[in-house]
Design a binder for this molecule. Structure first.
Ligand code: SAM
Length: 227
């Protein structure tokens, strides 16, 4: 049966890939990549010579038709994103749902689990993690304030992604909603050379970034303790 594998790849450190992911990436007929140039670095490291094709959020319907055609021919495909687990704040959700709708049980959809920044940050936060709320990227405008209010009211640990452009503002807004008693952990550059964890109130961490503007770069996950 043709298979679409959803393959998790490293979020920074290229050693963070499973043996199964390497085998699958070697064995499939084609790898669908968010950005082929990014994935090629990983493929080179593990001497994976499988052909690649781009598939991203803005891919046209003709690309999906091509993917359908390959599955109809019985080909096995792997979907990867630039980092971490595809579909988690990343492209792929639509493709998975379209393949399920079109082929039903005639195509297997198989996850190959591995890194995801949300889980890495949460696992090192020390906050309760049996139940948590993951918000992905917060909206830039509409709904942003409402989400901060929801975080403030939540008894559960909340995790979200934020970009360097908005992190300081996000911490300031968060601080105005949750005050100083709620602890947060900010994970920066997970698994990379300059990996950093900051703990404290949102105001304390915002203050750290104001005093250390050179650290306002890279990738961030914010973990907020429950109420
Ligand atoms: N699919 C990915 C995953 O499973 O984690 C997430 C992709 S999303 C487009 C990218 C965001 O994830 C970044 O802006 C950042 O918030 C977070 N992220 C990804 N890699 C990270 C890392 N090494 N350190 C901290 N945050 C990271």
């Amino acid at each position: 049966m043709p298979t679409l594998y959803i393959v998790a790849t490293p979020i920074g450190n290229l050693e963070d890939i499973t043996l199964r992911a390497i085998r699958v990436l070697k064995e499939v007929d084609l790898i669908l990549c968010e950005d082929t140039r990014v994935t090629k670095k990983l493929l080179q490291k593990y001497e994976i010579e499988t052909p690649t094709m781009s598939y991203h959020a803005h891919s046209k319907l003709s690309k999906v038709d091509k993917i359908f055609g390959l599955l109809e021919e019985g080909k096995n495909l792997a979907l990867v994103s630039d980092a971490g687990t595809p579909t988690i704040s990343d492209p792929g959700v639509l493709l998975v749902s379209q393949v399920k709708k079109r082929f039903g049980k005639e195509v297997s959809i198989v996850p190959i689990p591995g890194p995801s920044a949300v889980i890495a940050a949460l696992s090192a936060s020390g906050f309760p993690a049996s139940e948590f709320v993951f918000l992905g990227f917060l909206p830039h405008k509409k709904g942003r304030e409402t989400l901060f209010k929801e975080i403030a009211d939540s008894k559960k640990t909340t995790v979200f992604y934020e970009s360097p452009h908005r992190i300081v503002k996000a911490l300031a807004s968060l601080s105005s909603h949750i005050g100083v008693s709620r602890q947060i952990v900010l994970a920066r550059e997970l698994t990379k050379i300059y990996e950093q964890f900051l703990s404290g109130s949102a105001a304390e961490i915002a203050d750290y970034f104001t005093k250390n503007p050179d650290k306002v770069r890279g990738e961030f996950v914010v973990v907020v303790s429950g109420k």
